[in-house]
Design a protein around this ligand. Sequence first.
Ligand SMILES: [Zn+2]
Length: 125
Amino acid sequence: MLGFPGKTEKDETMKLVEQHCRRTYKRACPSCGSWNLKPQTPIDVDIDITDVRKALGQYACAIKAGATPLKGPCYIMCFDCFYKGPSVDCSGRTSEDVGCDKAVFDEMKRLWREHDYKPNAGRQP
Ligand SMILES: [Zn+2]
């Protein structure tokens, strides 16, 4: 790890997040080396992101309906450079179904640990 001068509480929080991600994902982002990783499960909702309040409403309705169709593949993404790991195809399944399915998350983590790094659509920092 690089040492930055002037440690703050935020650094401590980041360290805890990083520890959690190290345990969970076992591999830092191959693109930028960040541990700011989060699993993505895109849902099939026509969200208008130009209107945040409307979007939140649409999202809430979709979630409330109980069975949220997934838009497609689930994957682990780096939130620092938006690099996307290999995806698990979950189309046809619902977000609730996949959310309860540890196997899907395990598969995402396995693919993330074992995949060969190729620069993809991720945005460079
Ligand atoms: Zn990254």
